[in-house]
Every structure is written in C-alpha cells, then in structure tokens.
Design a protein. Structure first.
Length: 276
C-alpha cells in the first residue's frame, strides 16, 4: 500500500494512490511514448505564436480583424477564438475594446496564476493547460475522502488519473485524479491523448453544465510518485486543491484532487466588501 504523504499545511493531507490503474500515457517518463496530436485550436495557437516570434506582428501591433485572420489561417472563427484565448491567458495578446487584439509579449508566461474571483476565471486552468491522460478505472465505495457522504447514482465511480502541463511547456505542472459518477462513463472513448478537461466532455455528451464549484486549498508534501511526475524531490512542498463541480440540481459532476508545482501554478483570491 502506498504511504500517504505527510501534511505540511493545516487543512488536510494529500491522498493519492495509483495501484490497479489501467496504464495509459507514461506520466513518469513523457518521452517514453510519442506525444498525442493536439486539437486544431491549439495548433493554431502555436502557429500564431511562432509568427509573432518570427516578427510578423511585433509587440504593440494589432492583429488583423478576426474574420480576416481566420480566413488567412483557413480556420473557423470559433477555432481562432479558442486559439487567441490561449494566447491571451498566456500573456501574449490582449483584447482591447474598439481596438482589437494587440500583441503584448512574444513568449508565453512560464507561471500560471489561477484567479478565484468568478466561475469563468476558475475554469480557465483547463484552457491554459493540457491534461495528459494516464490511467482510467472503475471503483466503488469511497475511493477518496473528498467523496465521503457524496452519493453515486450507480454505486460506482469512474476514476481518471493524469497530469497537466502549461501551454508551450513540456514540464508537468500538476498531478491530478478525478472522479465521475459512473453514469457519465460514456465519456471514456474521448479520454485519450491530451484533453482540456473531463468535465467539458461530460457537458457536451450529457448536455449538463457546471453551475457551481466548491474548493478546498491546502499544502502537502509530494509523495515519491508525485515528485517523480512533477520533477521535484520527494517531500517537496506542493499546493493541493480539491474541487467539487456541481450541476444546477446540486448533483456532483466531478470531484478532482490536484497537486500543483507551486513554482508553476499559483492561486489568487479576490474579495470585495459590500457597500453599507
């Protein structure tokens, strides 16, 4: 049995284990297998970044209008918007009202700050990083303390383990395991290679939307497996985030437990006092 990591924060201990998981991409050695092909919008994002770095558009320049740029790249405007969103989150471009999309840097940010001041900002991590699927299994009972007291409509959970990396970087920033009620097992055929997020597949396949998210944030020491995946010494302090994603009827769509390399992922909280 894998030893639990010791707690270095005050909220909770990390609880990751990976025995009996179906093998997928080798997270411990990403070079051991060829990297999966990327979605078109990510390819477009890389192509735009390369053109910016080549000097086609300098810092301060405004990119062509969306319709013209989409035609130039021979992609749909929807695909272009997704590509520009990646560059915007990475600090390369900035959308300015009544002006357009302006180039503000030539390289992607090497660190991502997760802002927690709204549902859209909270969900942005999925767009700024890519999840590399590592293993999938079906489990019963309470496979994670975060699911204690949470009912499953089927009595089973779909466990998905993987790791994330920032756009434009090979180093893994996050090790994560998530659980879906097994009634959402229809997404399994789509859990291959690299994806944005599992919950987005559930939304598309089952026509359900994430309505609310609850987080619990703490610190932990990286276990040997986590440390190896993230390229850190065993016992390194890490940032652990638990998240419960719920539908509008209150049912759980996804529970996820993530361990972040704090050198690559940070969390920013913003609060505003209501006017008297």
């Amino acid at each position: 049995m894998q030893r639990r990591p010791r707690v270095v924060g005050i909220l909770f201990a990390c609880q990751f284990s990976s025995p009996n998981l179906r093998s997928g991409t080798n997270l411990m050695n990403p070079d051991a297998a060829s990297l999966p092909s990327e979605p078109l919008y990510r390819q477009v994002g890389h192509a735009l970044l390369e053109r910016i770095q080549a000097g086609d558009w300098a810092v301060g320049d405004v990119l062509p209008k969306e319709v013209d740029l989409a035609r130039m790249l021979d992609v749909s405007r929807a695909t272009l918007r997704q590509a520009l969103d990646i560059l915007e989150k990475g600090g390369v471009v900035q959308r300015v009202r009544k002006i357009g999309t302006r180039v503000v840097a030539t390289t992607l940010a090497t660190r991502y700050v997760q802002r927690m001041d709204g549902l859209d900002n909270i969900l942005r991590l999925a767009g700024q990083t890519a999840m590399r699927i590592g293993a999938i299994r079906t489990v019963s009972g309470v496979p994670d303390e975060g699911l204690r007291g949470v009912p499953s409509a089927t009595g089973y959970w779909l466990a998905v383990e993987g790791a994330r990396h920032l756009q434009g970087q090979d180093a893994l920033s996050t090790w994560t395991v998530l659980y879906l009620d097994n009634k959402y097992a229809g997404v399994v055929p789509f859990l291959t290679g690299e994806i944005d997020a599992v919950y987005t597949l559930v939304e598309r396949v089952y026509d359900v939307a994430v309505h609310s998210i609850r987080h619990r944030i703490g610190a932990c020491a990286a276990t040997a497996d986590v440390a190896l995946a993230l390229g850190l010494p065993t016992g390194s302090p890490c940032l652990e985030v638990q998240a419960w994603l719920h539908a509008s009827d209150g049912s759980l769509i996804e529970f996820v437990r993530s361990i972040h390399n704090p050198a690559l992922i940070a969390i920013e909280l913003t609060s505003t006092r209501d006017a008297p």
